[in-house]
Design a protein around this ligand. Structure first.
Ligand code: ASP
Length: 350
């Protein structure tokens, strides 16, 4: 069985191999971020994200032309703190066109690091291709001493060109590492070594312009995802409420009053509510606003029916998803169903 599997994988790799001497065709979609940022002086920490265009980024790394035939387009030029649903939908649709209709072998998205994990997870659920889609950014602006953007971009193009990254879902490429969209988290506000892969660690790494994979994601993504944004121009409204001691119920009440379709709790511990917030959540769920419990803890699952009786209240437990990724899955889930049990099943699968 193992030999047959290996033979089939080899046959597939050979069938997909490019003609000898042909370089993979990679499209870079630039969206801004610190990788396109400019600081006041090269030694300054004061800078503005999303300042330089795609051509400047490419000009800084001429070596990528040894790896692939690369060209680029500018989708937006923003700090990723300003990323929004509209850009996500546009980006997913554009990537699907590039990979399925325009003959490219892979896509690199340059992106700010603040919300990179959210964009990666959104694309992981909405891109319809097995070809590599790699997000890259930087922690230092383009004109800083030891800017990390050029190396990250070079590594991202290497990953996007590599058959090893096919079928892995959307990946982030930062600091020589490859991280998978579901588990990747930004852990440090300013260090270059800020991204981590959660308890399961990194999914691979880049060395000398080559991708080396260490594991495969075990959740559904890309071609196996049921989510389809091809005919969608807006997403359901889902907000996040933060948990803390003596928490005010006002933020959750405000989201309900504003007509949000769903609310994710960034709860304490295993997704617990402060009692006043719990009462609002029960009423919200009864009135048709889907509540998902997640946790403000950086690691560990939010367990179903553990300290909170989810089945009694029809709450959904986010399981391995942090609040910001639970928000994305809930938005997409609400495009399909409003049944809490079906939504819980989607949280188990994705
Ligand atoms: N605020 C920036 C952004 O996310 C930070 C960065 O890119 O590192 O666009």
């Amino acid at each position: 069985m193992r030999t047959l599997k290996h033979f089939m994988a080899l046959a597939l790799a050979l069938a997909m191999a490019l003609p000898i001497g042909a370089k993979p065709k990679i499209r870079i979609i630039a969206t801004g971020g610190t990788i396109a940022g400019v600081s006041v002086t090269s030694a300054s920490t004061a800078y503005t994200a999303g300042q330089v265009g795609i051509q400047t980024l490419l000009d800084a790394v001429p070596q990528i032309l040894n790896l692939a035939d690369v060209d680029g387009e500018q989708l937006v030029n923003i700090g990723s703190q300003d990323m929004n649903d509209e850009v996500w939908i546009k980006l997913a649709k554009r990537i699907n066109e590039i990979l399925n209709d325009e003959g490219y072998d892979g896509v690199v998205v340059t992106h700010g690091t603040d919300t990179m994990e959210e964009t990666a997870y959104f694309l992981n659920l909405t891109v319809k291709s097995e070809k590599p889609v790699i997000l890259a950014g930087s922690m230092r602006p383009s004109n800083a001493i030891s800017a990390d953007g050029p190396a990250n971009l070079y590594n991202a193009v290497a990953a996007a060109s590599s058959p090893a990254c096919r079928g892995m879902g959307v990946l982030c490429c930062m600091n020589n590492q490859l991280l998978d969209a579901k588990t990747v988290i930004k852990t440090h506000t300013i260090d270059c070594d800020t991204f981590e892969g959660g308890p399961s660690g990194i999914i691979g790494y880049i060395y000398n312009g080559e991708a080396h994979m260490l594991q495969t994601p075990n959740n559904k993504h890309t071609v196996n995802s049921v989510f389809d944004v091809s005919k969608i121009s807006r997403l359901p409204k889902v907000g996040i409420v933060y948990g803390y001691a003596n928490a005010s119920p006002i933020p959750m009440q405000a989201l309900v009053a504003a007509g949000f379709d769903g609310i994710v709790l960034a709860g304490v511990g295993d997704g617990n509510f402060y009692k006043d917030v719990f009462d609002v959540a029960v009423k919200a769920q009864e009135s048709g606003v889907q509540i998902v419990r997640s946790s403000r803890c950086p690691t560990g699952p939010t367990c179903l029916n553990s300290e909170v009786e989810d089945s009694k209240y029809h709450f959904v437990a986010s399981l391995d998803l942090n609040p910001q990724k639970a928000r994305i899955l809930l938005m997409l889930a609400l495009t399909k169903t409003h049944d809490w049990q079906e939504i819980q099943q989607l949280f188990k699968e994705y």
